[in-house]
Design a protein around this ligand. Structure first.
Ligand code: EZ4
Ligand code: CO
Length: 403
């Protein structure tokens, strides 16, 4: 089965998504997600200008060979742009293989290893009370796990707080990034109180998660982890900037709060030390930023060997194609931990027709052949690309800080 078409679609139904469409001589179509939030056009160009012409005429069934060809053939290794582009090809080829076989992708990965995929939702609020009410809403909808983020008294902006509806917490502006302000002291004092309030109101039966979003130094992270121990978190996410893998050794020496990291990683090499030295408990690489289904499975297999579980990134800036691909992998891997589910803004449903279901806190990718997501190209054309950036963070003295 030969590839006869490889085209890139850019559409913004609620936010920007870059999608790769691969077509075969047998008339099968596969979809891949190539969205890199705030740097969308770089991946679109990498695909259009460098990868798509190389795909024409290749055997659509040779997924691993195509992966190696694109990775080793580029000579330049890793990096978010390259690995997102390769991921899009890989995801689209798995979609095609499933459609050719008449099977959902999770069946090709070894079949269901569980009834469904435990997901966690995002609760947040401008005040503690607002956050707790939002949290209650997730429990009412059947979630077994919820992430809590809250505005900090005395600080104008903080990561992860909705303003005006689900999935709207990443402010963006037309031609330049928005700027936010950060100070570590108030956060370190407030976070234990905030997460303690969740336990006080809802008890310990619900899994409680929190995202630090790369903002602490290693010793600050160690102290926060220690302060949070009594609240029994499912995990403390991205405690320090993720590229410094050694930092996690220091955090580990100070706390038994479980640690998760990896949403900004692109390859197994970014995870190697953290996994083999057992410095983390959950690896958060995503299917679309870490080389696709083929590469994500290798990362998860390495993690399995060292008792590290999975916890894939699932923010709304990963398209429904990515999210479906993540669910298929989650269904099949033995060391699945949890899956993030932030959801997508309403217009996304007009473009991406999905098959997944949610019941009792568990999601299932559905049994349609392939990934179970189809893209409506006419609908996509109604939502033109809308340039946006992630925010930049500054301390109150004006110096740039991790966002
Ligand atoms: O900030 O995906 O856990 N989720 C996150 C996300 C990231 C965005 C960046 O594009 O940290 O909300
Ligand atoms: Co995160």
């Amino acid at each position: 089965m030969k590839i006869v078409g490889a085209d890139v679609l850019i559409t913004a139904p609620g936010r920007n998504y870059v999608t790769l469409k691969i077509t075969t001589d047998e008339g099968l179509v596969g979809w891949g997600d190539a969205t890199l939030n705030g740097r969308e056009l770089a991946v679109a160009s990498y695909l259009r200008d460098h990868i798509c012409p190389q795909l024409i005429g290749r055997d659509a069934h040779q997924i691993e060979d195509t992966w190696q060809y694109l990775y080793k053939g580029a000579y330049w290794r890793r990096g978010p742009v390259t690995m997102t582009a390769i991921a899009a090809v890989d995801i689209a080829l798995w979609d095609i293989k499933g459609k050719a076989a008449g099977l959902p992708v999770y069946q090709l990965l070894g079949g269901a290893a569980r009834d469904g995929v435990m997901v966690y939702g995002h609760a947040s609020g401008e005040s503690l009370d607002e956050m707790l009410d939002d949290f209650a809403g997730y429990l009412d909808s059947g979630y077994r796990a919820v992430r809590a983020q809250c505005a900090i008294p005395g600080m104008d902006t903080v990561y992860g707080v909705h303003r005006g509806g689900a999935g709207l917490y990443e402010p963006a502006s037309g031609h330049l990034p928005a700027e936010e302000t950060w100070e570590t002291g108030p956060y370190l004092r407030f976070a234990p109180r905030m997460l303690g309030a969740v336990r006080e109101r809802f008890g310990f039966d619900v899994h409680l998660l929190h995202d630090v979003h790369h903002r602490l130094s290693p010793i600050e992270a160690g102290r926060l982890g220690k302060d949070l121990e009594e609240h029994r978190l499912f995990w403390m996410e991205d405690a320090t900037p993720a590229e410094d893998q050694d930092a996690f050794r220091l955090i580990r020496q100070h706390t038994t709060t479980p640690l998760a990291v990896g949403e900004v990683f692109n390859s197994i090499w970014d995870c190697q030390q953290l996994i083999t030295e057992r410095l983390i408990d959950y690896i958060r690489t995503s299917v679309s930023h870490a080389g696709g289904i083929s590469h994500l499975r290798k990362i998860f297999s390495l993690a399995e060997l060292y008792g590290v579980r999975t916890g894939s990134h699932g923010a709304g800036d990963l398209s429904p194609v990515s999210f479906a691909a993540a669910l298929h992998v989650d269904m099949a891997v033995p060391n699945f931990g949890i899956q993030e589910y932030m959801g997508h803004r309403a217009p996304a449903e007009e473009v991406f027709h999905t098959n997944w279901t949610f019941r009792n806190g568990l999601m299932h990718p559905g049994d349609a052949p392939g990934l179970g997501v189809e893209v409506d190209e006419d609908a996509a054309a109604r939502f033109p690309y809308d340039p946006k950036f992630l925010p930049v963070n500054r301390r109150t003295d004006g110096s740039v800080h991790d966002w």
